[in-house]
Design a protein around this ligand. Sequence first.
Ligand SMILES: Nc1ncnc2c1ncn2[C@@H]1O[C@H](COP(=O)(O)OP(=O)(O)O)[C@@H](O)[C@H]1O
Ligand SMILES: [Mg+2]
Length: 255
Amino acid sequence: MILALESVSKAFAGLQALAEVSFAVAPGAITAVIGPNGAGKTTLFNVVTGVFPPTRGSIRFLGRDIAGLPPERIVGLGIARTFQHVHLFRTLTVLENVMLARHGHSRAEALACGLGLPWARREEAAVRAQALEYLDLLGLAGERDRIAPELPLGRQRYVELARALATEPRLILLDEPTAGLNEREAHEFGEALFRVRQRGIAILLIEHHMGFVMTVSDRIVVLNFGRKIAEGGPPEIQKSPAVIEAYLGSDDGRD
Ligand SMILES: Nc1ncnc2c1ncn2[C@@H]1O[C@H](COP(=O)(O)OP(=O)(O)O)[C@@H](O)[C@H]1O
Ligand SMILES: [Mg+2]
């Protein structure tokens, strides 16, 4: 297992946002976290990525406990994240956005690049080649010189994914990647996730679009009021009485 949560809890001023949540993410698999509004899904992503530490419990990534490490350390260890609302550099091209996402770009390197030192130029060429490879993988090569925020939202989601890939992660966390996409765009995005998975990169995603979840997920974890109420493959989850009840019992089952 690449990521393993063991009895992870998070309380906010008396509110139990996560309660004793345990599950594991297999390498090179797509795992979905679903659950009604307020179930604790985003909180789960925040404790895994180091936005804040869990109140209790352990989070092991590639065998080491990462609970409470700062976000930049966690990215450096190989966990990348995208957000529900797209975060891109507004004046830069698609290619520049992806090149800049690469971690470990030291200040010395940036300075050397500015001075045009030969080793720095070689380094930049390597970063560029790698960024182009990710754009190719995601079908974005034709848009590489467009200003990123000028692309339609559906295409910006791919830029975000390419930026996540550029940090060379072993695991990518995606928060509602199909929000704002139509059916066809969601389907195509799922195909892109399969290409990412094929590279041996694990994906953990929060998603409300049930058709998408059932099509792309190898495994599904269901949260309700901070607790894990079910875990299994898509057919099991679709039949689970606890899951059906949680969704019917909520106002609308959505954020
Ligand atoms: N930073 C925070 N401070 C206080 N309460 C929070 C914070 N983040 C989330 N919560 C609360 O924790 C619960 C779970 O929220 P969240 O993880 O955002 O749920 P979901 O993403 O499943 O909709 C909610 O009751 C929410 O109000
Ligand atoms: Mg949320």
